[in-house]
Ligand binder design. Structure first.
Ligand code: AMP
Length: 299
């Protein structure tokens, strides 16, 4: 099954304790598409400005990511500036410039089919909802978000949750959205709002899934060196959805494995700035880490 990904394509300026990079490729849809492309063909729906380097579009195409839904508009590309301190789980946002995203209402290309799975990667819930209604998807619908949108667009997000099969967010966002401190209570709150499967990402501490009677947790892959945690969550979501798109049915076992693949893909993303770590990885590297992950967690 193909996967459609919508979300931000950005130029990020990032500072971590291990280095600094200015205006490099980022965005939720970028990380998610590159990650999912290891498993399944991807259609990307997003917008960039006239300043967006052509080499990044060529990179998407090379990875079998269909860019017919990636519009290039007059104006500036979305920009995000952030700083991480030694606690890499928290990004201090220095600025968010929506630029060409302001008022963006995409055309859905003919190559995007309603039966494809849909990942609404992190972006304004109003835009996620607009695209949902344009596509009227029949496959799995997954949705990711972040603190800014919970603060600014809470009502639209809660409305969208009713239509979502799989909702991903991090632990701080789950607490923020639900007003609960305990993550089981937070998951119950989100499930009452309509999401069928809930994934709570916990950065270097892994991720939890709640789905019907299933509760399952995976650790993050154990790494020697982390350079830049930007995009870990989006990469996790892309890896999960890419893997799920290969399967005809989501059983509990498939869902558990998809979390493991999400963790493994995220481990490549955080080893380098931007998408460099993901671009260097091969399918063999992923399989090697999968086997190592099994060894690390079996008891
Ligand atoms: P993550 O580290 O997975 O939470 O995501 C980081 C990526 O999200 C960066 O590459 C940013 O360009 C992008 N991003 C940051 N803020 C927003 C926002 N408000 N909406 C959409 N994407 C964002």
């Amino acid at each position: 099954m193909k996967l459609t990904v919508i979300g931000s394509v950005a130029l990020d300026s990032i500072e971590t304790p291990f280095g600094k990079q200015k205006e490099v490729l980022g965005g939720s849809a970028t990380f998610a598409s590159v990650s999912a492309s290891f498993f399944t063909p991807v259609s990307l729906i997003s917008v960039v400005g006239s300043d967006f380097p052509g080499k990044y579009i060529r990179m998407f195409k090379k990875r079998n990511i269909d860019t017919s839904g990636l519009e290039q508009k007059k104006g500036k590309t979305f920009r995000w500036k952030a700083r991480y301190h030694y606690d890499l789980s928290y990004a201090e946002t220095l600025s968010t410039r929506l630029n060409v995203f302001t008022g963006f209402r995409p055309r859905i290309p003919a190559s995007v089919k309603p039966e494809d799975n849909l990942l609404l990667a992190n972006i304004d819930p109003e835009l996620q909802s607009y695209i949902f209604h344009q596509i009227r998807p029949g496959g799995i619908v997954a949705c990711d978000t972040m603190n800014l949108w919970i603060e600014r667009s809470r009502r639209s997000l809660l409305k969208l949750l009713k239509k979502v099969d799989l909702f991903l967010l991090n632990d701080a966002e789950a607490r923020q959205l639900s007003g609960e401190t305990n993550l089981l209570d937070a998951a119950r709150y989100i499930s009452d709002k309509g999401a069928k499967m809930i994934i709570i990402k916990k950065g270097e501490h892994g991720a939890l899934v709640f789905s019907g009677g299933l509760r399952f947790m995976v650790p993050a892959y154990l790494l020697e060196k982390i350079k830049d945690p930007t995009g870990a969550g989006d990469t996790f979501a892309g890896g999960m959805l890419g893997y799920l798109s290969q399967k005809s049915k989501i059983t509990d076992s498939v869902l558990r494995k998809s979390l493991v693949y999400g963790s493994i893909l995220a481990s490549f993303a955080v080893e380098k700035f931007s998408v460099e770590g993901l671009l260097k990885a091969t399918r063999r590297d992923i399989d090697r880490r999968y086997r190592h992950f099994e060894k690390l967690t079996r008891f």
